[in-house]
Design a protein around this ligand. Structure first.
Ligand SMILES: Cc1cc2nc3c(=O)[nH]c(=O)nc-3n(C[C@H](O)[C@H](O)[C@H](O)COP(=O)(O)OP(=O)(O)OC[C@H]3O[C@@H](n4cnc5c(N)ncnc54)[C@H](O)[C@@H]3O)c2cc1C
Length: 451
């Protein structure tokens, strides 16, 4: 007999959603984590970021009315905002153990390591479990250059008491672009060193160029095709040097060069489970080669975006496998991606790049939504949307540039996943005057009219 039916290494979204389902179905479940309960999203990622981002989004909205009817849109006190963020997040890390306790799920505040297919070393004890789920997540990559000790990761940035006067970002991906948006709104200087020829490479070039132009006008310097080769401490801050000879001095250096999976020291090699910085290898049922050991969330070696909702989806899928509800391979629906820059860029489904390469299969329709709908878009005149329609007249993908992109992309994800037609939409009533109403009106003319 085992001590537990299911043991989770980790306590993030890849773990606790499935754990609740399993417990509700009568299974004996344990979670373990040496760090704060709730994982990256709750403590060092999405939640921290969105708490800080909130007032910036409002401020941007108000600024659009300056010289119209708002005299002075105001400023943000970063120190007070940081104190607010800490107070809010403090409640979360207490809430998760309380939630687990309420459901009767054990939580051990220790690191776990596999001893064999059913045994885990947890601190100085061992426990056994019939099934094991590895939801160990990722951590910041650290650039391997001289002076790497002066670099900071996203975790540290999300806790800074003072916004640096000159922020240097190594990498122009999602995390650094989001953080830089806040710094620029506070009137700070930002410099990017990016190895690739452009920022946010996974997102449509035309929207990224628009964002880069906006950020440049606010005081950002983007240096593309630059490989950082060292960082030095100077009298007033830090000097970042690139192989090309480019050299910039600032007072805080953010290493946003990517994230790596926590695959080390888990006992994987001893069990013959292949893994690397990219993730732990699984089959199409999220099982490792040791069939009772599953991997969930960011720790999976996968092409699907590493996001909280995908981690939750995988966690629920694994629970349904363990409960024997289904034995079908995992099948992901369309996954929306959203960058929380100011404004947002979002996309879902078939990308603009993919669609443009297959003109026989897809129709790409760009809508200058902001200038067309000035009366309802809160003076956000540069909102842009692209819809990708397949041969059957269904929405296959969408990309959006605009502050409300998060809400809209979720709605469009539903249209894609449900294969809604123009007739389906016309048979529904939406509130008016809203921005969603206007999007529905546009879609009705583009999608197949058939029911
Ligand atoms: C700055 C930032 C912003 C983000 N913003 C967004 C966003 O806006 N939207 C979005 O969808 N996603 C976002 N993400 C990604 C999201 O946070 C992750 O996809 C999500 O947290 C993955 O959940 P997870 O459970 O797989 O891993 P994690 O949440 O990372 O949890 C893994 C846990 O495992 C623990 N662990 C590691 N090794 C062991 C071990 N041996 N034993 C026990 N425990 C162990 C770790 O301590 C950690 O707590 C962001 C990430 C970052 C860093």
């Amino acid at each position: 007999m085992f001590d537990f039916d299911v043991a989770y290494l980790g306590s993030g979204h890849s773990c606790w959603h499935g754990a609740l389902t399993l417990k509700a179905a009568g299974k004996k479940v344990v979670l373990m984590d040496h760090d704060l309960p709730g994982g990256t999203c709750t403590n060092y990622g999405c939640d921290a970021k969105i708490l800080l981002d909130g007032p910036f989004e409002f401020l941007e909205g108000l600024q659009r009315y300056e010289n119209v009817c708002v005299d002075h849109a105001g400023t943000i006190d970063w120190k007070k905002l940081m104190a607010y963020k800490k107070q809010q997040l403090g409640q979360f890390s207490e809430a998760i153990p309380a939630l687990l306790k309420r459901f009767g799920i054990d939580f051990i505040r220790e690191r776990g390591k596999l001893i064999d297919a059913h045994t885990i070393q947890v601190g100085d004890k061992t426990i056994t479990a019939e099934n094991i789920v590895l939801g160990v997540g990722q951590r910041n990559a650290r650039l391997n250059v001289p002076g790497q000790e002066y670099l900071h990761g996203s975790r540290e940035f999300l806790d800074i008491e003072e916004m640096p006067e000159h922020l240097i970002c190594i990498g122009a991906g999602i995390i650094s672009m989001e953080f830089a948006s806040m710094a620029l709104t506070l009137g700070k200087k930002v410099t990017f060193f990016e190895f690739m020829p452009r920022a946010l490479t996974a997102y449509p070039e035309k929207y990224v160029s628009k964002l880069v132009a906006k950020m440049s006008a606010q005081g950002a310097d983007f240096h593309f095709n630059e490989a950082v080769c060292g960082v030095e401490k100077t009298e007033n801050g830090y000097k970042v040097m690139a192989k090309s000879g480019l050299c910039v001095e600032g007072d805080y250096v953010l290493d946003a060069t990517g994230r790596v999976v926590n695959y080390e020291d888990l006992g994987l090699e001893e069990l013959g489970i292949p893994a690397s910085r990219r993730g732990i290898e699984v089959d199409d049922h999220l099982r490792t080669c040791v069939q009772n050991i599953y991997v969930s969330g960011d720790a999976i070696d996968k092409k699907i975006p590493r996001l909280t909702p995908t981690a939750e989806f995988e966690s629920n899928y694994i629970a349904s496998q363990i409960l024997g509800v289904s034995d079908a391979p995992i099948c992901y629906p369309a996954v929306p991606n959203l960058v929380f820059t100011l404004p947002r860029i979002a996309q879902v489904g078939v990308t603009v790049d993919e669609a443009e390469k297959c003109p026989d299969v897809y129709r790409v329709v760009s809508v200058p939504y902001g200038s067309k709908n000035e009366w309802i878009d809160n003076r956000e005149l540069d909102i842009d949307m692209t819809f990708i329609i397949d041969k059957d007249g269904h929405l296959a993908g969408a990309a959006i540039y605009g502050s409300e992109a998060g809400t809209w992309i979720d709605f469009l994800t539903l249209v894609i996943n449900q294969k809604l037609t123009g007739a389906n939409l016309r048979n529904m009533i939406f509130a008016f005057p809203t921005q969603t109403y206007m999007i529905v009106s546009t879609l009705c003319t583009l999608l197949s009219p058939a029911n």
